[in-house]
Design a protein around this ligand. Structure first.
Ligand SMILES: Nc1nc2c(ncn2[C@@H]2O[C@H](COP(=O)(O)OP(=O)(O)OP(=O)(O)O)[C@@H](O)[C@H]2O)c(=O)[nH]1
Ligand SMILES: [Mg+2]
Ligand SMILES: [Zn+2]
Length: 320
């Protein structure tokens, strides 16, 4: 697939750039990407006691995102990034034009943020989960604004009921009532977390609740369509007081996973993957095949029908 090729090319470019770096050069330093906007990135120098600097980007480096560890050269007050260190992982999605879009690097936990209003889109949630499974990133599902439910703490969308049996952790939070913010804070410690979701669900509000000392702009949601107003424009990495990082990101319109032939769609659906070994055919796609354990489980109610439909939708998209 063309998309995969691009990523290999990028890797080669990075390795090449890496090999040409002279680490003994006193002008070469290491740092962490805090934010990226326009042709510039904000870098936190690895050596302590130095304040963050703004660096220009070289065009041949490929995408540089929050969480990237980089080498930069500081000459004549005009620092520039010269290479990206090898990544543990790179959370990516496809944008509306089918192009790869890097979200954040070296991430260990994805916080998928949903809310009572705007209400959760479970297809979007399943797309996030598939991306996280593909990239082996831990997941936390947060349902925020639980204060907006009349009967406080009860979730009208049954997220815990659907997702807990497959070992996803679902937390209900309210910034307004300070509910479960401590729990969330604890679950973030020592991870590099990235919080993502549609505009207006409260990603920045949660970030600010965890980091009360920090200036973070919070938006409103539109009175007209009850959607967010895309307040956060660029991702930013914050250090957590108890260790670890939290990357606040702009609201997404979608989170299309990358379709990679080497990773079957079913592997992004834990409950489908777990049953696949009981299917008659080892290459069963769980669509029309005889003696399919997955289809049987959908019919008996063991597998959630909506999840299965989302699986079929993604399978179809991957075959386009
Ligand atoms: N009732 C209620 N409102 C909340 C809660 N959390 C956030 N909000 C409100 O939701 C609105 C949007 O919050 P933000 O934190 O800016 O949302 P966001 O997800 O960062 O939005 P973008 O940056 O646009 O992607 C603001 O008016 C917040 O005050 C909550 O727990 N309960
Ligand atoms: Mg925001
Ligand atoms: Zn099957």
């Amino acid at each position: 697939m063309a998309k995969r090729k691009l990523s290999h090319q990028q890797k080669r470019r990075i390795t090449k750039a890496q090999q040409s770096i002279n680490l003994d050069d006193e002008n070469t330093h290491q740092g962490l990407i805090i934010s990226h906007h326009g042709g510039e990135v904000e870098v936190q120098p690895a050596s302590q006691g130095h304040s963050n600097i703004h660096c220009k980007l070289r065009t041949n480096l490929g995408a540089i995102v929050c969480g990237d560890q980089v080498y930069y050269r500081q000459e004549n007050h005009d620092p520039s990034i010269i290479a990206i260190k090898p990544r543990l992982n790179l959370l990516q999605r496809l944008d509306g034009f089918g192009q790869l879009k890097a979200v954040a690097a070296n991430v260990s936990q994805l916080i998928i943020c949903l809310s009572i209003e705007p209400e959760p889109n479970l297809f979007l949630l399943d797309q996030y989960l598939l991306s996280a499974e593909q990239q082996q990133i831990e997941v936390l599902i947060v349902l925020n604004k639980i204060d907006l439910v009349d009967n406080n703490n009860s979730d009208p969308f049954d997220l815990k009921k659907i997702y807990s049996p497959m070992n996803y952790r679902v937390i209900h939070t309210s910034i307004k009532n300070n509910l479960n913010i401590d729990t969330l804070q604890q679950l973030c410690v020592k991870h590099t977390n990235v919080i993502s979701g549609v505009s207006g669900v409260g990603k920045s509000s949660i970030t600010k609740a965890i980091l009360p000392e920090t200036e973070i702009p919070i938006g409103e949601i539109s009175e007209m369509n009850r959607e967010g107003k895309h307040t956060t424009r660029t991702s930013r990495l914050y250090h957590l007081p108890l260790g670890g990082n939290l990357i606040d990101t702009p609201g997404v319109r979608g989170f299309n996973p990358i379709f990679d032939d080497s990773i079957p769609i079913a592997s992004g659906f834990r409950e489908i993957n777990a049953l696949a070994q009981n299917c008659r055919f080892s290459n069963c796609q769980h669509t029309h095949e005889p003696r399919c354990a997955v289809v049987n489980a959908v019919n008996s109610g063991e597998i959630n029908k909506n999840r299965y439909e989302n699986y079929l939708k993604l399978l179809q998209e991957s075959e386009k």
